[in-house]
Write a protein that binds this ligand. Structure first.
Ligand code: NDP
Length: 330
């Protein structure tokens, strides 16, 4: 079966040359294990960090070993008492077309609630990130103004809709007119800004938020965040969820020093890793699943077809090629 390995570590932006496809034998099935066929593979911005040889919350990928990440797979054969052939499961699995895995590392998913791929998005890691980042860190109150960067991505579209459910006014920042239009027509955002065509971001945010920004859900960092913070309100909360604008930087960019704003306005800024909320995942999934079922949260995906396109899809995240969750369908 085919697998995709990390061939070399990128300096700056990754390229297709950092990956290699190869064909290997599938391991023999042992007791307690199942043979899996990959259906949907998740590509996520945090994988860029794992391509570096640096200590972080998630260990680096090993050179010449398969990349791994969230995968939805179908059980082809089972030597497990819990899982049977035909079951659809979620696991952190290698980028292999076919592989064996222990029943302990897999979770059976319920495809009667939502399509299987949603368990990599709104009913999975990115949905939980949106839920806990907004609810537990930003603690939205009715009538507050919420600004979201990376608003048309997997996390962003869900943050915006949860904020609307909480009665907030929601402003989304994204990188194309198609995306900003969709945020308004499909996802109920009140206002949007295309950061690629807006010259003075700080001014644009100020016009849309005349009373200041009460909540900033930050998915991107960099200059966009500088512009949002320049408009931050007293007692605002900032959830530092992602800094994708900086993941490929080779130096440390310098921005305007806005800390006095944070200080004098008593702003709370908190970084988080979704794993921090592990014990509360069932609670988060319960809410998200109910909202999806009730049609209060809509979701969208960009699906790349073909296992071989995994590296291309991962690189696409850094070029804004996705709306909603980027997924590869085998
Ligand atoms: P997205 O679906 O949002 O995909 C990434 C998007 O980021 C792209 O579509 C692009 O949209 C935007 N982007 C890429 N490069 C830049 C740039 N230089 N400046 C501004 N925007 C850029 O990914 P996710 O929803 O999965 O993740 C969103 C963020 O949340 C990421 O930073 C990720 O690392 C973080 N994250 C954090 C977690 C945590 O535990 N803290 C868990 C999950 C995600 P556009 O067209 O608008 O530019």
């Amino acid at each position: 079966a085919k697998q995709i390995v990390l061939a070399s570590r990128p300096k700056g932006s990754p390229t297709l040359n950092n990956f290699r496809s190869e064909t290997v034998d599938v391991a023999e099935l042992k007791n307690g294990e199942v043979l899996l066929e990959g259906m949907y593979y998740s590509v996520d911005p945090y994988m860029r960090g794992r391509m570096n040889d640096a200590k972080s919350y998630s260990p680096p990928f090993d050179l010449d070993q398969p990349i791994n990440g969230g995968v939805i797979a179908k059980v082809l054969e089972s030597k497990s008492d819990i899982l049977k052939a035909g079951d659809i499961v979620l696991g952190m699995l290698p980028w292999k077309e076919t592989c064996t895995a222990s029943e302990k590392d897999l979770k059976k998913i319920d495809t009667s609630i939502a399509p299987a791929s949603y368990y990599l998005g709104v009913l999975g890691m990115t949905g939980l990130t949106a839920y806990f980042g907004l609810m537990n860190i930003c603690k939205p109150k009715k009538g507050e103004t919420v600004v979201i960067s990376g608003a048309a991505g997997a996390v962003g579209v869900v943050v915006g809709q949860i904020a609307k459910i909480q009665g907030c006014r929601v402003i989304g920042i994204a990188g194309s007119d198609e995306k900003t239009k969709l945020l308004k027509t499909e996802f109920g955002f009140d206002e949007t800004i295309n950061y690629k065509t807006t010259k003075d971001m700080s001014k644009a945010i100020g016009m849309l938020c005349p009373n200041g920004v009460d909540i900033y859900f930050d998915n991107v960092g960099g200059e966009i965040s500088d512009a949002v913070i320049a408009n931050i309100n007293f007692n605002a909360r900032i959830a530092l969820c992602g800094q994708i604008a900086l993941y490929n930087s080779t130096d440390t960019p310098m921005g305007p020093r806005l800390q006095p704003m944070l200080l004098t306005r008593s702003v709370l800024m908190q970084g988080f890793i979704i794993g921090n909320f592990k014990n509360e995942f069932p609670e988060g999934i319960k809410h998200l699943a109910q909202w999806v079922k009730d049609g209060k949260i809509k979701f969208t995906e960009t699906i790349e077809n073909g296992f071989d396109n995994l590296p291309k899809a991962l690189l696409g995240l850094f070029k804004g090629e996705n709306t909603g969750k980027m997924i590869v369908k085998a």
